[in-house]
Design a protein around this ligand. Structure first.
Ligand SMILES: Nc1ncnc2c1ncn2[C@@H]1O[C@H](COP(=O)(O)OP(=O)(O)OP(=O)(O)O)[C@@H](O)[C@H]1O
Ligand SMILES: [Mg+2]
Length: 277
């Protein structure tokens, strides 16, 4: 069944997959195509296949470009972070990577929130409060925005979230605890390779186990959804490179993947990946 937040957005039909050689693969049911990823029905009930596209967008889709190899890198990096989180007991939707661009995930009921954790001032926070980019915050700050592209994902207080029934107080307590654990894990892993985790965004979804709801990390964790600065030079290694036209986005993501040792051996940004199945 299509989850409500995806059904709301509409399209469900079967899509033929064409391989690099032009052969038609098995038809798969398209669940949802977003700006950066596509969800297909998975092989088992309660699973989806998540396909990472090369499309980069910023400013809520106003700026758009295809960055060769971005999907391949984000598929690997999201796998790397999600498996790392699972190893320390933080549940995620990730089941296994299927190929260069696809991973098998657990279907969840997405909580319609972007959960943002900030360690240093940047982006909308720096703007809103007139803070210098890079200012260290007194402690990590968790904030929420309501996932609605038409409204530009507006920031919302907990009061709204509970009043509109998007999440309960218990959900929010669990989400904040989980988000801070993700922050500690990600900050440590990135610091280990000389990168500062400035901020990041996660999505969380609900799964049902024996009629009991449980929250798990969903969507993706990648340089598309984090701000990552080189500790020594301050060089930006995340989607701000694209947002602010600072150079090559694939160079930046490749550098992150290289430092973490997750660069797919047969793919660099110099060779256009063609393997999609
Ligand atoms: N495990 C999951 N189960 C169900 N839906 C998921 C899961 N993981 C991610 N999603 C949803 O799949 C979509 C991924 O596509 P993408 O990130 O490209 O969308 P988007 O264009 O950013 O739109 P959105 O505003 O919905 O995030 C998102 O809507 C995300 O919330
Ligand atoms: Mg998204």
């Amino acid at each position: 069944m299509t989850p409500p937040h995806l059904a709301r957005k509409g399209r469900t039909f079967y899509e033929a997959q064409v391989t690099a050689t032009g052969a038609i693969m098995a038809r798969r049911k398209l669940i949802y195509e977003g700006k950066a990823k596509i969800l297909y029905e998975g092989p088992e009930p309660g699973t989806f296949v998540q396909y990472f596209k090369d499309d980069a967008t910023a400013g809520n889709g106003e700026k758009k470009e295809v960055i060769d190899g971005k999907g391949v890198l984000n598929n690997r990096l999201s796998e790397f972070f999600m498996t790392g989180l699972q190893r320390i007991g933080i549940p995620t939707h990730f089941i296994k990577r299927l190929n260069m661009r696809e991973q098998l995930i657990r279907q969840v009921e997405i909580i319609p929130l972007e959960i943002i954790v900030r360690n240093f001032a940047a982006g909308s926070m720096a703007k809103r409060l007139g803070l210098e980019e890079g200012l260290q915050l007194p402690r990590p700050i968790v904030e929420f925005s309501y996932k609605d592209d038409k409204l530009g994902d507006p920031m919302v207080p907990e009061e709204y979230i509970m009043a509109f029934g998007w999440a309960t107080q218990q959900d929010l307590d669990d989400i904040v605890t989980m988000a801070l654990r993700v922050n500690d894990y990600m900050s440590g892993v990135m610091a280990g390779v000389g990168i500062k985790l400035v901020d990041f965004k996660i999505e969380v979804g609900r799964v049902w186990e024996n009629d009991y709801p449980r929250l798990i990390i969903a969507d993706e964790i990648s340089p598309d959804s984090c701000r990552l600065w080189d500790i020594e030079t301050g060089q930006k290694l995340d989607k701000d490179v694209f947002r602010q036209d600072l150079g090559s986005l694939s160079d930046a993501y490749t550098e992150v993947a290289r430092r973490l040792g997750v660069l797919p051996s047969n793919v660099t940004h110099h060779t256009k990946p063609t393997l999609i199945n």
